[in-house]
Design a protein around this ligand. Structure first.
Ligand code: FES
Length: 113
């Protein structure tokens, strides 16, 4: 059974060969954004795979949507074939909130008072 590790969460799960990375993420409790339900329609489920040889080759749908050279993969189309490490991008909304909180903290620490 392939073992899939999701970073930066560090969560790991053993899955059946052929399980999509999106399904593996759900099983592991890792949030991957999606809107189309896994049919290569929304492009929101993009991830990076550290070693591309540990997952299935690009599907035709991925080639059409992302091209051949992109190092991103659609997690709903990519299947785990060996032990794989997957990099999940931070949710854009969470990233914006985090940056704002960091800015506020810096202002408070470096303030005039
Ligand atoms: S879930 Fe929409 S493209 Fe993968």
């Amino acid at each position: 059974m392939p073992r899939v590790t999701f970073q930066p969460d560090g969560k790991t799960i053993d899955v059946r060969p052929g399980t999509t990375l999106l399904a593996a993420a759900r099983q592991a409790g890792v949030a991957v954004r999606t809107r189309c339900g896994g049919v290569a329609g929304c492009l929101m489920c993009k991830v990076r795979v550290v070693d591309p040889s540990t997952v299935s080759p690009r599907t035709d749908a991925e080639r059409r949507k992302l091209g051949d050279d992109a190092d991103e993969r659609l997690s709903c189309q990519t299947k785990a074939t060996k032990d794989a490490t997957v990099l999940v991008p931070e949710d854009p909304l969470k990233a914006a909130v985090r940056r704002q909180l960091e800015r506020q903290k810096e202002e408070e620490e470096g303030g005039l008072w």
